[in-house]
Design a protein around this ligand. Structure first.
Ligand code: GAF
Length: 387
């Protein structure tokens, strides 16, 4: 949606011009899956798929929201906001308002229209974009002076308290801190971060959207979190220095193996190994290692997510399996929380068309399913949209 189309839609709905137009991107994650809520490392990037927002302080005590993509509206007095049942779309915006108020901000009534091109259910964090756009926009319009990391944390809390998914910080961080052409490594414990350029001359990141989103995703996500916490609790008895899985080693897991039990042991092993893969992948990028050596870490990550963390699904496994023999593919893995969504593929720039063709045919032949693909560009994080 162009800025002028968004402005017109806003004016039509609310009878006045917006005070601010802004954009909030979705994200990919090169590596470091399910490590964020274990105080670990992640390597995400914002992408050129985004939600665009038009905002205006309306001089009343009411919040009026319009979701342009599905032509839905929601209105509530600021003082009355509360989590809405049934996975309501407005929870993301309302949760952010609640978070700002919790931090002492006086949030007056506002009008907000938004729409975008982040496919929902594709694991590209349209929900984080929906939160971060409102957080950034209100911070700007109300001159609240909150720093960007605080906005990410408020957005994460909206997900916990309103959407009821106990996510880590990665998605909100990526949407707010993205930088064009770069991935950004975040240490989820210290909140230190560093940007690494990703040169597209030789390879592109191609997303293959499985087109499925299995219903158990959110509940299994929360279960994984609890399993990790259980692992920490047990290993702490052997090694009190372990405050989170970030602190554990494979030797710690081996020492507590009997008490951990098979399932929790697998979860812990995956997280410890994935953290090491993030470090290794960053090092290989910095050293300019051959792309095949970067890609092999993606395949290893997928194997861990499938066999140890058990958050993959048949469709994602078919896509990752096909990628091994697809033209120009250096590596592939499922991305995000799991149980559907996209695989991320590192593909030679001059083989992208052949890769997409191969994957599309293969997915159709194996599962009878249509494949959507996106060749991503890494984008800047949330910011104002030129009018
Ligand atoms: C989802 C969550 F929102 C993130 O915080 C992260 O845990 C991810 O799944 C898995 O790496 O996107």
């Amino acid at each position: 949606m162009t800025a002028s189309a968004l402005t017109s839609a806003f004016e039509q709905r609310f009878g006045a011009a917006p005070d601010l137009l802004l954009r909030a991107p979705g994200r990919i994650n090169l590596i470091g899956e399910h490590t964020d809520y274990n105080d670990g490392l992640v390597l995400p990037a914002a992408i050129d798929k985004e939600i665009r927002f038009a905002l205006r302080l309306n001089g009343t005590d009411r919040i009026r929201l319009v979701a342009l993509d599905f032509d839905a509206t929601y209105e509530v007095a600021v003082a009355d906001i509360a989590p809405l049942p049934g996975g309501h779309w407005a929870n993301y915006q309302l949760g952010v308002v609640a978070g700002l108020r919790k931090r002492g901000a006086q949030v007056p009534g506002f009008d907000c229209a938004f729409g975008g091109d982040i496919p929902s259910g594709a694991g590209l964090s349209s929900s984080a974009a929906a939160e971060c756009g409102v957080a950034w926009g209100l911070n700007h319009l109300l001159s609240l002076g909150l720093d960007t990391m605080t906005l990410a944390q408020i957005s994460q809390m909206a997900e916990h308290e309103y959407a009821k998914v106990m996510c880590g910080l990665m998605d909100q961080f990526a949407s707010l801190f993205g930088r064009a052409g770069h991935v950004v490594e975040l240490d989820c414990r210290s909140l230190e971060y560093a940007y690494f350029p990703l040169d597209t001359t030789h390879a592109r990141l191609v997303l293959c959207n499985s087109g499925v989103k299995h219903a158990l995703g959110d509940s299994e996500y929360n279960t994984r979190r609890a399993e990790c916490a259980r692992g920490v609790e047990i290993m702490q008895k052997h090694n009190p220095a372990i405050k989170s899985l970030r602190d554990a080693t494979l030797a710690d897991i081996d020492a507590a193996k009997a008490e951990l039990g098979e399932v929790v042991e697998k979860r812990c092993r995956y997280v410890v190994e994935e953290n090491e893969r993030v470090k290794e992948l960053t090092a290989r990028l910095v050293e300019g290692k051959p792309l095949a050596e970067v890609g092999e870490l993606l395949y290893a990550s997928h194997a861990g997510l499938r066999d140890l963390y058990q958050v993959s699904c048949a469709e994602l496994d078919v896509l990752e399996g096909l990628a091994h023999s697809a033209p120009g593919c250096y590596g592939a893995r499922m991305m995000g929380g799991g149980f559907g969504g996209c695989t991320l593929n590192l593909v030679a720039s001059d083989k992208v068309d052949a890769f997409i063709d191969f994957m599309t045919k293969g997915y159709q032949e194996k599962l009878g399913l249509k494949l959507d693909t996106y060749v991503t560009n890494l984008a800047d994080g949330v910011g104002e949209l030129a009018g």
